[in-house]
Design a protein around this ligand. Structure first.
Ligand SMILES: Cc1cc2nc3c(=O)[nH]c(=O)nc-3n(C[C@H](O)[C@H](O)[C@H](O)COP(=O)(O)O)c2cc1C
Length: 229
C-alpha cells in the first residue's frame, strides 16, 4: 500500500549519501512530470531541469571540485539568503549546520573537515543523478516561488518512489562555471542543484533530523472558536 501524502511529507529529509544503484530514466521522467504538475501563477511553469548521470555528471563535478579546491572565487549570480542574515535566522542556520556536522563527527573547530564536507555539495554527494535547476533570468520573484513548488513536488515524488534527494543551493556559488559547462543559453539562470538516488540508509549523515519551529511561531488564527482545534 502507498503511504499517504502526510507520511511522505513527514518522512522526507535531505539525503547526503547514496548507494551507486542506478535510477532508471523512466522513474526520473515520472518525477519530473510530477514536479511540472505544481501550480504556478498564470500557469507559466517556470524553470527547467537539466538531468545528468554517468560521465555527463562526473565531468561537471570534476570541474566544480577543482574550482573549489583551487579556491577559485565564487560567481553566484543571485543571493539565496538575506544579507546580512538576521540573528534569529542565523540561529536556525547554525542549528542545521551543527546537526549535519555533528552527525559526521566534525567538530566546530575542524575547519578543514567542514570545508571537505562542504565540497561534497559539488560532488552532488556522489549521487548517481545530479540535476541542475535553472529559471529564465527575466522571471519575477513570484516565479521563483512557483519553481520552489515544483522543487517540492520533485522531492516528494522522489520520496514516494523510494528514492532520496536533496536540494543543493551551493551549486549556484559557481553558477557561471555550471552555465558555461552545460553551454546553457544566456537567458537561463542557474538556481540550484538536486542530488537524486537510492539513499544509503546506514550512512551517519542520513541519520539526523532537522527541527521545525512550533506552530504558534509561524501561524496566527483569527475568527475561530477556541475549541475548534
Ligand atoms: C533549494 C534547496 C537548496 C538546498 N541547498 C543545500 C546545500 O547546498 N547543501 C546542503 O547540504 N543542503 C542543502 N539543502 C537542504 C537543506 O539544508 C535542508 O532542506 C534543511 O536543512 C531541512 O532539512 P531536511 O530537508 O532534512 O528536512 C537545500 C534545500 C533546498 C530546498
Amino acid at each position: 500500500m502507498q503511504p499517504d501524502l502526510e507520511q511522505i511529507i513527514m518522512n522526507r529529509r535531505s539525503i547526503r549519501a547514496y548507494t551507486q544503484a542506478r535510477v532508471d530514466r523512466a522513474t526520473i521522467e515520472r518525477i519530473c512530470k510530477a514536479a511540472r504538475q505544481a501550480p504556478s501563477g498564470a500557469n507559466l511553469q517556470p524553470g527547467a531541469f537539466h538531468i545528468l548521470t554517468g560521465e555527463a555528471l562526473s565531468a561537471l563535478t570534476d570541474k566544480l571540485l577543482q574550482a573549489a579546491d583551487r579556491g577559485e572565487p565564487e560567481d553566484a549570480e543571485y543571493s539565496y539568503f538575506p544579507t546580512p542574515m538576521p540573528p534569529g535566522l542565523k540561529d536556525r542556520q547554525r542549528k542545521a549546520g551543527y546537526a549535519l556536522y555533528d552527525s559526521l563527527g566534525i567538530t566546530r573547530r575542524d575547519i578543514a573537515g567542514r570545508r571537505a564536507q562542504f565540497a561534497r555539495n559539488y560532488a552532488f554527494f556522489d549521487a548517481p543523478v545530479g540535476i541542475v535547476v535553472t529559471i529564465d533570468r527575466g522571471m519575477g520573484k513570484g516565479c521563483f516561488m512557483d519553481l520552489g513548488m515544483a522543487l517540492m513536488s520533485f522531492l516528494l515524488a522522489a520520496e514516494a518512489s523510494g528514492l532520496g534527494a536533496t536540494g543543493i543551493g551551493a551549486l549556484a556559488n559557481y553558477s557561471r562555471l555550471v552555465h558555461a559547462h552545460l553551454n546553457l543559453p544566456e537567458t537561463e539562470l542557474v538556481v540550484c542543484g538536486i542530488a537524486l538516488g537510492h539513499p544509503d540508509r546506514a550512512a551517519p549523515v542520513n541519520q539526523f533530523r532537522t527541527e521545525r519551529e512550533p506552530l504558534e511561531s509561524f501561524t496566527s488564527f483569527r475568527g475561530f472558536d477556541v475549541d475548534d482545534a
